[in-house]
Design a protein around this ligand. Structure first.
Ligand SMILES: Cc1cc2nc3c(=O)[nH]c(=O)nc-3n(C[C@H](O)[C@H](O)[C@H](O)COP(=O)(O)O)c2cc1C
Length: 326
């Protein structure tokens, strides 16, 4: 058991989930401290270097979108040993998100359920923060963008793409109905084609986590649309839609360990169904080096995680990478 899990986590977990996230974000904003701590915590093993859609990254383990919604702590996350980190999801205008309470832990299952609904400070603030990243960090920074109108997403993409190394378009929030309109194949094709006409950097589509009968088929159909329209890859996948009466809005997205099996299954079925040039990033329930190995053996070029970082703390990316390098 590490220092975080033994000492800090029991205290942090006394706070409501959203409050402890705010605390973590504030602590991570002290970036010089994490640059120093990261020198001890991270692993720089040369054998972990990967190329993902043309980007050279020090390892295949990324921080998923949603942890750093306002692009405040990307530098600290990279210092801690993530190979890349996704800021956002950024929307054109600031958004308050859904009514509270809107986030809970399920410690027994090492999971979270959230219905945040994209609270965020909007495009202009994200642009100002990403513009300050040094080149060494912007080369490993990705940003997630979304919106309910094609024009809004195009504006976010146009503004932020020059400041990062890749863009993710999020069409998959289970908590914000208006932001799911691009799950309709015709609208997704039109959106990705419009972005592709002018994009200069890799584009990923963050896919919904379909559930129940036909989930694999639906995912492959929608993923095929995204790749044929010009996206370099897919991030598979977002949270699982669930009902939870503790949430003010009654429904939300489940994340964490319970998602791993479906993540692996989706990667396997997409890898056999999509063309070889489509890059797959696995996301959902990734916790250990073994998880990373299994997903990469199934055809993922890299992985992203969020919930395991909440449960395991700042040493997690370094720990996974040290185990991967053995
Ligand atoms: C509190 C919370 C907020 C999230 N916000 C976003 C978001 O803004 N954009 C997005 O694409 N995914 C968001 N996600 C989904 C994660 O990026 C990820 O797809 C999901 O949590 C599964 O990975 P995990 O099991 O490693 O957490 C969020 C997840 C959580 C737990």
């Amino acid at each position: 058991m590490g220092l975080y899990t033994a000492l800090a986590r029991p205290l942090v977990f006394r706070l409501p989930a959203e409050a402890s996230h705010g605390l973590a974000e504030n602590v991570l904003r002290v970036s010089p401290a994490w640059a120093l701590a990261g020198a001890i915590l991270r692993s720089n093993h040369p054998g972990l270097k990967v190329e993902i859609a043309g980007m050279n990254l020090p390892n295949p383990v990324g921080m998923a979108a949603g942890f750093d919604k306002n692009c405040r702590v990307i530098g600290s996350l990279l210092s801690l040993g993530f190979g890349f980190a996704v800021g956002g999801t950024v929307t054109l205008h600031p958004r308050p998100g859904n009514a509270r309470p809107r986030m809970f832990r399920d410690q027994r299952r090492r999971a979270l359920v959230n219905a945040l609904g994209f609270p965020g400070s909007g495009l202009a603030r994200a642009q100002a923060r990403l513009a300050k990243l040094p080149t060494s960090q912007s080369r490993r920074a990705w940003v997630s963008v979304s919106g309910s109108e094609e024009q809004d997403i195009l504006e976010c993409h146009r503004t932020l793409e020059p400041l990062v190394s890749a863009v993710e378009v999020n069409i998959s929030s289970p908590n914000t109905a208006g932001l799911r309109v691009f799950q309709e194949p015709g609208r997704l094709r039109s959106l990705i084609k419009s972005i592709t006409e002018r994009k200069k950097r890799p584009l990923f589509v963050k896919m919904p986590r379909f559930d129940g009968a036909g989930a694999d088929r639906k995912l492959l159909e929608l993923g095929t649309v995204a790749i044929e329209a010009g996206a370099e890859g897919l991030v598979v996948a977002n949270t699982l839609p669930v009902e939870d009466p503790r949430l003010a809005v009654g429904r939300g997205g489940l994340s964490g360990e319970p998602l791993f099996d479906s993540t692996l299954r989706f990667v396997e079925s997409l890898r056999s169904g999509l063309p070889a040039h489509a890059t797959l990033i696995a996301c959902g329930g990734v916790t250990t080096a073994r998880d990373v190995r299994r997903l990469m053996s199934a055809g993922a070029a890299g992985v992203q995680l969020y919930t395991a970082f909440v449960y395991e703390g700042v040493g997690l990316p370094g720990k996974i990478c040290r185990q991967l390098s053995r």
